[in-house]
Design a protein around this ligand. Structure first.
Ligand code: FES
Length: 149
């Protein structure tokens, strides 16, 4: 049994220690924002914040996360439903095409802006290593600059 906090809610998970956080979120807890893309730590579709760090949840076994605080795309908005600055910028810049990978990008952008409030294009490219098959990278950059302003 692993106890952790997910989007502000304390949960206890009875899953094998080796089960990746991504699948605990999706299968055991019904948190479907984090997506499965590659399963090998490449694409970033599964990124969530763990204690403020945007990790690739397909690569982190639940057994290593006791006591952690996990925030997914579902946990970024205020309790009253007001979107985060990053989420709102994504809408204002109409970033998504198919949208599948975007939760991971928004999580990565949220982490970047928390530690670098006004990132340059180079800092964005260095920090946001997710993969988008629709090629939305220019709009992602614009949205991050908008959220930073
Ligand atoms: Fe985790 Fe691709 S599904 S990095």
């Amino acid at each position: 049994m692993v106890a952790l906090t997910v989007n502000g809610r304390r949960v206890e998970v009875a899953a094998p220690d080796h089960k990746p956080l991504l699948w605990v979120l999706r299968e055991d807890l019904g948190v479907l924002g984090p997506k499965y893309g590659c399963g090998v730590g490449q694409c970033g579709a599964c990124r969530v914040l763990v204690d403020g760090e945007a990790i690739r949840s397909c690569m982190h076994p639940i057994g290593s996360l006791g006591g952690a605080s996990v925030v997914t795309i579902e946990g970024l908005a205020d309790p009253d439903g007001r979107l985060s600055v990053v989420q709102q910028a994504w809408i204002d810049e109409q970033v998504p095409q198919c949208g599948y990978c975007q939760p991971g990008f928004i999580i990565a952008a949220t982490e970047l802006l928390a530690r670098t409030p006004a990132p340059t294009d180079a800092e964005i490219d260095e920090a946001i290593t997710n993969i988008c098959r629709c090629g939305t990278y220019p709009r992602i950059r614009r949205a991050i600059h908008r959220a930073a302003s």
